[in-house]
Design a protein around this ligand. Structure first.
Ligand SMILES: NC(=O)c1ccc[n+]([C@@H]2O[C@H](COP(=O)([O-])OP(=O)(O)OC[C@H]3O[C@@H](n4cnc5c(N)ncnc54)[C@H](OP(=O)(O)O)[C@@H]3O)[C@@H](O)[C@H]2O)c1
Length: 243
């Protein structure tokens, strides 16, 4: 599908990657861009229509699907990352919060908008995942579990919605230069580069975006993950816990 003329909804459009997704949609000529956010007053991108939406609130998700019944492209961008281990600190409730937003919130949006997309002839869903969908890192352990669940969800929704002609695109990236990765002194891809690759994929009918070198390496290494991926993770973690 073409972005020009599409009617898009982006979750978490008030800041970070979501704001850039919304901007890129406007730039590519989308007919209408809904910018969904917990605080709609914070959606300030020119040309974007604010919509109140906490994706963990079933009533708000249903209301958004009713209000935005002309959507042909759903961008599930909203997410949280609590930088927590499974076993120890800092936040014993992180796993529940991350699963609530990154998995159950995304699931809820896919369910609510599937009939909307069908009504518009199929359309597309873009799910913002992560390199952490592919492997576990103790520094973002429970986040990784939630993104692995969201990856599984994305693959399943693609199969379930194939009959109605809905393209389902998985977007994976390592570190993106937004608030979420602000505390990390690591190489980061720009949100603009992620948005461009995601919408190029939508326009080309591609189902997966591996947006940076780390994502490409990890995905290509999955069949040998215990040889290629986990040993350096283990070494880094052992060094961290032994001080
Ligand atoms: N940054 C990275 O390194 C990185 C790498 C790979 C993937 N990702 C993924 O990219 C996506 C965007 O993240 P970002 O980097 O832009 O992070 P961010 O700057 O922290 O922004 C997160 C966005 O999600 C929204 N959000 C959180 N919980 C929500 C909820 N319950 N309902 C609706 N919106 C909610 C936030 O809204 P509030 O302002 O209300 O909190 C905010 O707009 C996420 O799915 C993230 O997991 C990020």
């Amino acid at each position: 599908m073409q972005i020009a003329g599409a009617v898009a909804l982006v979750t978490g459009a008030n800041r970070g990657l979501g704001q850039v997704y919304a901007r890129e949609l406007v730039r590519r000529g989308a007919a209408k861009v809904y910018g969904a956010a917990r605080n709609p007053a914070a959606v300030t991108e020119p040309g974007v229509i604010p919509v109140a939406l906490d994706i963990t609130d079933a009533g708000q998700v249903a209301a958004a699907a009713a209000q935005c019944a002309d959507v042909t492209l759903l961008v599930n961008n909203a997410g949280v990352m609590k930088a927590s281990t499974f076993i120890g600190p800092p936040d014993p409730d992180a796993a529940r919060q991350e699963m609530a937003v990154n998995y159950f919130g995304t699931l809820s949006m896919c369910r609510a908008f599937a009939p909307v997309l069908a009504g518009g002839g199929g359309g597309a869903i873009v799910n913002m995942l992560s390199v952490a969908s592919f492997y576990t890192n103790p520094f973002t352990a429970s986040y990784g579990a939630s993104k692995a669940a969201a990856w599984s969800l994305t693959n399943g929704v693609r199969v379930e919605l194939h009959h109605q002609g809905t393209l389902v695109v998985a977007v994976h990236a390592a570190f993106i230069d937004t608030d979420m990765a602000a505390g990390l002194d690591v190489p980061k891809i720009s949100p603009e580069a992620v948005a461009q690759q995601a919408f190029d994929a939508v326009e080309a009918g591609q189902i997966e975006v591996l947006a940076d070198e780390r994502s490409r390496f990890v995905k290509a290494s999955l069949s040998r993950d215990h040889e290629l991926i986990y040993p350096p993770v283990q070494e880094f973690w052992d060094g961290a816990v032994s001080g």
